[in-house]
Design a protein. Structure first.
Length: 129
């Protein structure tokens, strides 16, 4: 028998309903009673997908609180996000390197300026003396 209108409800349905009743769907509390932070997955099938998880998630398995915020990542997102992530990482490295270089140059400039002032004063004293 074919029943096209019947579809399975996602398991998170009951929790999202109760959250709406609380007023804010953005604040979630884990089993520890602490506010669960929103994190973003950066790996695998769920890349780019945000979720709420206990702050001890992945560190200490005493609290297994974990709820997805976003719907599953689409195929295009799974394809594109790792590339974007890579690009952001390499750009961040470039910026850090540029900042380090800038610091080195400004230190060198300060050194030369002070040397020049010192040299000028030495000449002044030689003229006077
Ligand atoms: Zn917890």
């Amino acid at each position: 028998m074919d029943t096209p209108h019947q579809h399975r409800q996602p398991s998170t349905m009951s929790s999202s309903t109760s959250l709406r009743a609380l007023g804010s769907p953005w604040i979630q509390f884990c089993h520890c009673g602490k506010r669960a932070p929103v994190k973003t997955s950066w790996t695998g099938e769920n890349i780019g997908r945000r979720f709420w998880a206990c702050e001890k998630y992945g560190v200490n398995d005493t609290c297994v609180y974990f709820v997805w915020l976003d719907p599953p990542t689409c195929a295009r997102g799974r394809e594109l996000l790792p590339l974007l992530r890579e690009k952001v990482d390499s750009l961040e490295k470039e910026v850090a390197a540029a900042h380090a270089k800038e610091k080195k140059y400004s230190r060198a400039l300060l050194f030369f300026t002070l040397s020049f002032i010192g040299f000028t004063w030495m000449n002044v004293f030689q003229i006077i003396g």
